[in-house]
Design a protein around this ligand. Structure first.
Ligand SMILES: [Zn+2]
Length: 171
């Protein structure tokens, strides 16, 4: 899985780009985090789902459907939810049932472009290292969306360097 920091960042940017309002950004953040609601249940109740069906396209579409009353918020919810699935898939560690209920088998990327978030523990070295790599990829990519010319190329090179670091890590 990607970190909650990365999901929050990407969801917020999606919301800001589609509808630059507090509501747009808030919907982006909430729906970018929503597939990990199974973790919240695990932490609160000590039990989770045997299958992570919240990490499926069908769950994301159904959840985004609650925003159909405003077209731009529906679009933000849908894109943010799908961004969560894409980012978790790019980690390439855990299989997620992306096509549930059509296919129970989980799918994962054969290569891990993003590092796994690691155990959420401030004393866990790998959490901080992987968060650094994740931000080293995402922040320059997001900056490149706004930059032009040499700045855009520099931002993409920085992101590329962090991708190379990520790819070099054991999975
Ligand atoms: Zn997730």
């Amino acid at each position: 899985m990607s970190s909650f920091v990365a999901h929050t960042l990407v969801g917020g940017v999606i919301g800001q780009r589609v509808a630059p309002t507090v509501a747009g950004i808030a919907v982006g953040v909430v729906f970018a985090l929503l597939p990990d609601i199974d973790y919240a249940l695990l932490w609160l109740r000590g039990e989770g789902f045997s299958m992570r069906w919240t990490h499926s396209v069908s769950f994301v579409v159904l959840a985004a459907g609650t925003m159909l009353w405003r077209r731009e918020l529906f679009l933000i919810a849908l894109l943010s939810g799908l961004s969560h699935l894409a980012m978790d898939t790019l980690v390439g560690v855990h299989r997620n049932p992306l096509l549930w209920p059509l296919m129970d088998r989980g799918l994962a990327s054969p290569i891990g472009l993003l590092p796994s978030a690691g155990r959420l523990d401030p004393t866990n070295f790998y959490f901080w290292r992987n968060l650094l790599i994740e931000m080293g990829i995402l922040l320059p990519l997001l900056a490149a969306m706004r930059a032009h010319g040499g700045l855009r190329i520099a931002a993409l090179l920085v992101a590329g360097a962090f991708v190379v670091w990520s790819l070099s890590l054991a999975r």
